[in-house]
Ligand binder design. Structure first.
Ligand SMILES: [Zn+2]
Length: 83
């Protein structure tokens, strides 16, 4: 029976600050949406069709509504087999 090994270091959850902030010269801009309930510093997680705050469960649905959803699974092209 296999026992899953515990990871040595506890994984840090959350987002990297460097990925949500963009520093342009002396100004800083936020690339992601903020949670209007939790305030600054709480970013919304971006999903396919919505933004979601993991803290207060606030959700903003994206305005664009896909008329027809393409097949989720992309057809994987198998490389040609060479003998
Ligand atoms: Zn929130």
């Amino acid at each position: 029976m296999f026992v899953m090994a515990e990871p040595a270091g506890k994984k840090k959850s959350g987002v990297k600050k460097s990925t949500v902030y963009k520093i342009e010269g002396s100004s800083i801009s936020r690339l992601k949406k903020m949670c209007p309930r939790c305030g600054a510093g709480n970013f919304l997680a971006e999903h396919a069709n919505r933004f979601h705050c993991g803290r207060c469960k606030y959700t903003i649905f994206k305005k664009q509504e896909p008329a027809a959803q393409p097949a989720a699974a992309p057809q994987a092209e198998a490389p040609p087999k060479t003998p």
